[in-house]
Ligand binder design. Structure first.
Ligand code: ZN
Length: 310
């Protein structure tokens, strides 16, 4: 059995759930994660280790990680903003840590109340910690607002690339680029990922695209054409952008998988089972809008996935 051509990293249980008002009960989160796994998803960002008073949606982060690590072959990711969060995530058994490092000065202060330089030092502290107590755990630095920022507006490309290089120098294993507010366009995506690869080589990480202005899939395709092979996405596009009412936030996993599979790029994910994984999501968050063109329209007549790895 050949491995898939690309890795779809599902971020709904973290990125999606922390952007919505409601709190999904733990049992529903676990059912949702199980359904994603059953569809063939092999990397899931399951939780964020931040103080529960800031994000009550993530109060059960440790329980969720402890369940997810029982699924064989699944890479369990957790977002950590600092060393304290990393300690908790490692204690729960997370396989991979991801840290948000904002390229926008204004966004960094607003989001984590730290300067970019201070966040690079946090990356260093977390990298040192995992080297000490869990050397097998991978560390990713996701450069947020890499394509523009609602607070600052333009974010200089030099800042983005330099910051990614600093995170790698501080000990991160990979650094990807996030279109946190949905400003990116395909030409910009190609340019920035090309520069990223020139700067940090195969430590260039995932494309995290948002669909706020309808360009999410186009941006993923542009990143793919620049050699990116890991794509973040959220089932049902969960995590609507607060700056664009009615618009989906994260790229919709179902549509992304359909696009790649239709092109013959194997994701390892069974689309029918992926669409079925919407049920526990909807059950756990009643009234929350879920997006996606493929689930609405259905698969084309006679559509066959090349090779399904589940
Ligand atoms: Zn996102």
């Amino acid at each position: 059995m050949n491995p898939p051509d690309i890795l779809i990293s599902e971020v709904g249980p973290r990125d999606g759930l922390q952007s919505v008002k409601g709190t999904m009960p733990t049992a529903d989160k676990l059912r949702w994660i199980d359904a994603l796994y059953a569809a063939g998803v092999r990397e899931i960002e399951v939780a964020s280790f931040v103080p529960a008073r800031l994000l009550p949606q993530m109060a059960d982060a440790a329980d969720v990680v402890r369940h997810a690590v029982t699924l064989p072959g699944l890479t369990v990711m957790a977002l950590v903003p600092n060393r304290k969060g990393a300690e908790a995530a490692l204690a729960a058994g997370a396989h991979k840590l991801t840290m948000p490092v904002s390229a926008s000065v204004a966004h960094s202060l607003a989001n984590v109340r730290k300067t970019r330089e201070e966040m690079v030092e946090e990356v260093r502290a977390v990298s040192d910690l995992r080297r000490e107590i869990a050397p097998h755990v991978k560390l990713e630095a996701g450069i947020s607002t890499a394509f523009g920022c609602t607070l600052q507006g333009d974010v200089p490309e030099d800042d983005v690339i330099q910051l990614a290089a600093q995170c790698i120098a501080a000990g991160a294993d990979e650094s990807g680029l996030s279109d946190t507010v949905g400003y990116a366009n395909p030409a910009q995506v190609r340019r920035l990922f090309r520069r990223l690869r020139a700067e940090i080589g195969d430590k260039a990480g995932a494309a995290h695209m948002h669909n706020t202005r309808g360009l999410g899939l186009a941006n993923c395709l542009a990143a793919y054409e620049e050699g990116v092979r890991t794509f973040d996405a959220s089932l049902g596009g969960l995590g609507g952008c607060p700056y664009a009412p009615g618009a989906s936030g994260n790229v919709v996993t179902e549509d992304l998988v359909f696009m790649f599979e239709a092109m013959g790029v194997r994701t390892g994910i069974d689309i029918q089972k992926l669409i079925a994984a919407r049920s526990p999501l909807i059950a756990g968050l009643p009234g929350e809008p879920v997006y996606g063109m493929t689930p609405e329209a259905g698969l084309p007549k006679g559509f066959m996935q090349g090779t399904v790895h589940v």
